[in-house]
Design a protein around this ligand. Structure first.
Ligand code: SAH
Length: 343
């Protein structure tokens, strides 16, 4: 049975028209789901009894179950169980500009980035749109506040689950629903070039972030297997085209791994690669995990890297370190659960 949270307002309108109802029913159902937040069709009291019965027979409202929560000062980490027993996680970060939720897009991930905990555990399946939507609803229910920003940087590669991700964005952006501003949504990809090109043609406004992590193919090949399929030059071509067509600034994420990609030479190469591009670089101090041998770069190295980019006129920030105490790096909580390690 299809889950009601899988439906965009447009899909619901089409559905109601098909069954001989008015399309206004879609707005009513959306209002119950996303404004009033009821969790049963029986509570949708402005719908006729017959229609409620029909909806109950044709849609599920299955949810995702919060099984573990870890809190720190500005960060909360949620572990959810899905209908089939699989687990995913979402991380809420409290910024001065609002609540930003990092959502997972897949159970596991096939991209195999060497430094990433999620990639250690192979992809089991895509998340459905409803399982993405419910991460937001469940977290809002917990904090009793709005999530204002959404980043697709949890477990999984969003562009490896493209259609569900786009549907999810459509649902949460609906002004008569959860109403997360399109510019408050960021999709992060390891660089699946054909999908970057497809994304360029979508409704404008969603932010694009590229997990670059290396200025040369030599280095990137070693840490990100996806680079065997799509080279840095291919990514840069697609990004230039995206910027030209959308007029949006692109973010490049760059994890600093000690002795791997954090040298002055790397910084200079990165500055040259990005020169003149409408972009900014987010330097990420590596969050060490017990299973992976990579180490965080020392503070001085990070600062030197930052300075070189600045001198090269690149917009750059160093990401604030959130949640190393609560296993906030991508995939860590799920991975601990699967390996049976508790902290
Ligand atoms: N697959 C997508 C989104 C998920 S990863 C992508 O690659 O962009 C989200 C970001 O977290 C990526 O930039 C990823 O490289 C980074 N990341 C993964 N493990 C990390 C760790 N241990 N410490 C810091 N950042 C990490």
């Amino acid at each position: 049975m299809n889950n009601i949270y899988n439906y965009t307002k447009q899909d619901l309108e089409n559905y109601f028209l098909e069954i001989g109802e008015t399309k206004f029913r879609a707005a009513q159902v959306f209002d119950w789901l996303y404004i009033k937040r009821v969790t049963s069709f029986d509570l949708m009291t402005n719908l006729k009894k017959d229609l409620i019965k029909y909806l109950k027979e044709n849609f599920s409202m299955d949810t995702i179950k919060l099984v573990k929560k870890q809190s720190d000062v500005d960060v909360k980490k949620y572990l959810f169980e899905l209908y089939d027993g699989n687990k995913i996680e979402a991380v809420l970060m409290n910024h001065d500009y609002g609540n930003s939720l990092c959502v997972s897009t897949e159970v596991g991930c096939n991209m195999g980035c060497r430094f990433c905990e999620s990639g250690r555990l192979k992809k089991v399946r895509n998340l459905n749109a409803f399982e993405l939507v419910l991460q937001i609803l469940k977290v809002e229910e917990d904090i009793k506040e709005r999530v204002s920003h959404v980043v697709l940087m949890g477990i999984g590669e969003p562009f490896d689950n493209y259609d569900n991700v786009m549907k999810f964005i459509n649902i949460i952006n609906d002004p008569k629903g959860i109403n997360i501003g399109i510019r408050h949504i960021t999709v992060s990809t390891c660089g699946i070039v054909p999908k970057i090109r497809e994304f360029t043609k979508e409704k404008a406004g969603v932010n694009l972030a590229i997990s670059l992590h290396a200025p040369t193919d030599d280095i990137r090949d070693k840490i990100m297997p996806i680079n065997k399929a799509y080279k840095i030059a291919d990514i840069m071509d697609a990004v230039r085209d995206y910027i030209a067509k959308t007029n949006r600034r692109v973010t490049f994420e760059y994890i600093l791994l000690r002795g791997i990609n954090d040298s002055e030479e790397c910084a200079i190469k990165l500055a040259n690669l990005l020169k003149g591009l409408n972009c900014y670089v987010n330097l990420i101090p590596y969050n060490e995990t017990s299973h992976i041998e990579y180490k965080t770069s020392p503070k001085v190295t990070i600062n030197r890297f930052y300075d070189i980019l600045k001198e090269g006129n690149i917009n750059v920030t160093i990401r604030r370190e959130f949640g190393s105490k609560v296993s906030a790096a991508c995939g860590q909580l799920r991975s601990e659960q699967i390996s049976g390690k508790e902290n």
